[in-house]
Write a protein of this length. Structure first.
Length: 219
């Protein structure tokens, strides 16, 4: 079997990392990859969840998680990791950074939220792509006349009109905005977050292990 051409070797090292060592990767290198993966997962998920729990808006919590992902990517690039693997870590890490705050906010309302009826004051049609799984947004007020500062899409629809009452669940501590009452199964969002975290960790381990070069490059 002929050796790869210099250009093919260069492309492989650039995209996938050098990964040049005799036999299996050394234990200390695998350990380093596991440590990097653990720190990366804790940083992204911890910042996203903790930010929501202390009252930071979901969008800002997503930004903090994304900043943690950027920190991990800078480390991987500084280690001269393969560009393709770093790109994969970026995609999965950002998906995780956006999923954790939303799942945390929904979990807070599901576990600690209180339900009350609110009065619809207006219904707006939202074109596709502007809301998640919703085409209608309801402006609502409390029974005492106080306006609710957010529009509700859960429980809102073409059959709802001004003066109707719909259910709303809210966090008594005010950490997350209220939402309309609708069936919510936490199993899928939590499973999605776990899968993303595991994939993110695995990509980080592979990227670190493949970034190191022990043996000199042969002719």
């Amino acid at each position: 079997m002929q050796d790869r051409s210099p250009l093919a070797n260069h492309m492989r090292r650039s995209l996938l990392g050098p990964a040049e060592y005799p036999g299996a990767p050394p234990v200390w290198l695998v350990t380093e990859g596991l440590v990097v993966a653990a720190v990366a997962i804790l940083a992204v998920t911890g910042l996203g969840a903790a930010s929501v729990l202390v009252g930071i808006p979901t969008k800002q919590a997503e930004g903090l998680g994304s900043a943690a992902v950027c920190g991990v990517l800078i480390y991987l690039l500084a280690a001269k990791s393969g560009k393709l693997l770093v790109g994969a870590a970026a995609v999965v890490g950002l998906l995780l950074a956006f999923a954790v705050p939303r799942t945390t906010a929904d979990s807070v309302l599901a576990e600690l939220g209180r339900r009350q009826d609110v009065v619809v004051t207006g219904v707006a049609y939202a074109p596709d792509g502007t809301t998640r799984k919703a085409k209608y947004l309801c402006s609502v007020r409390h029974v005492d006349g106080t306006e609710v500062p957010v529009q509700l899409w859960r429980g809102c629809g073409p059959a709802v009109g001004p003066g109707d009452r719909i259910g709303m669940v809210y966090d008594p501590a005010g950490r997350v905005p209220p939402r309309g009452v609708a069936p919510w199964n936490p199993l899928w969002p939590l499973t999605w977050c776990v899968l993303l975290a595991a994939t993110f960790g695995a990509v980080c381990v592979i990227t670190v292990v493949r970034s190191y070069r022990l043996a000199p490059v042969g002719p």
